[in-house]
Write a protein of this length. Structure first.
Length: 289
């Protein structure tokens, strides 16, 4: 910030300390004193004082002539993430997914026998599906619903299936409990669901589950597409990899937010520190068409 525009309350030393932290990134995880000074536009003496202070506070580790950040820097973002709801955490990820795929995307949760849209980012098209936050559909006939149902404990899943109204919404709708049960088993095994024109003619959808830090499925993200623009094979080939990447990003932020909420400090459970391992199985690679 230029000096002429600084407010009277502006603390220059805080600005410099943050500049030292920002000098480190994925391409420069370890820096010498000279490199930190150059990147943060400080003198070597000033950079040294900030680095040593950050080291005393546990945010920087000194190793001979080089310095690197420690997992404790995650504390700086934990308070921010801890106050976010699932929908708020997911929304920026959905926005990036829509930008990459140019298709709408939504986050849904299970409520009884129905799925509820809790976040949605529409594609920028003149004609888009009239779905908004709060929209509900029967869980068993949607890709997001099947993904969530597939990961329920068997007793809960069977209860939902026993209550499901398996009427034919289209000629493709699964109306047999046995066939639906087999489809849910397949969805659980492959880690995603594709529903091809079972809810509505001309509508295909792919969904993947969102797990919390304990590996429990708490929601699902979908990408619905028009059947005239996308085959089932192209959905798997072109959209599923982006969907799985998006879900992984949401899950990473959920783990950080949960750690912040549970401990207030959290970096001991931060991804990459080696102190927490999700109980969920690894996500499957996107299948080849």
């Amino acid at each position: 910030m230029p000096a002429a525009t600084r407010a009277p309350h502006f603390v220059r030393s805080l600005e410099r300390g943050l500049a030292v932290i920002r000098a480190f990134d994925a391409d420069h995880p370890e820096l010498t004193l000279s490199e930190v000074a150059r990147a943060s536009e400080l003198t070597r003496a000033a950079a040294r004082r900030f680095l040593l202070t950050l080291a005393d506070l546990g945010y920087v580790h000194a190793d001979g002539r080089t310095f690197r950040l420690t997992p404790r820097v995650l504390e700086l973002g934990y308070s921010y993430l801890a106050g976010f709801s699932l929908a708020q955490i997911a929304e920026p990820h959905l926005e990036q997914l829509v930008e990459r795929t140019r298709e709408s995307s939504s986050l849904c949760v299970l409520d009884g026998d129905e799925i509820v849209y809790v976040a949605r980012v529409p594609a920028r098209r003149i004609m888009t599906a009239a779905i908004t936050v709060g929209t509900r559909f029967p869980a068993h006939v949607t890709s997001v619903g099947r993904v969530i149902l597939a990961h329920l404990p068997e007793e809960e899943r069977e209860l939902v299936l026993s209550r499901a109204d398996l009427c034919a919404l289209t000629p493709r709708t699964i109306v047999s409990v046995a066939l639906l049960r087999a489809e849910l088993d397949r969805v659980r095994g492959q880690g995603y669901a594709v529903v091809d024109q079972e809810l509505e003619e001309g509508l295909r959808s792919v969904a993947a589950p969102v797990r919390d830090r304990d590996g429990e499925v708490v929601a699902a993200v979908n990408i619905p597409v028009h059947a005239s623009r996308n085959t089932v094979a192209s959905v798997r080939r072109d959209l599923l990899p982006h969907l799985l990447d998006t879900v992984a990003g949401i899950e990473a932020d959920l783990r950080m937010a949960a750690g912040a909420a549970a401990t207030g400090r959290g970096p001991a459970d931060a991804p990459g520190t080696g102190t927490h391992r999700s109980s969920s199985s690894p996500r499957p690679p996107a299948p080849r068409p």
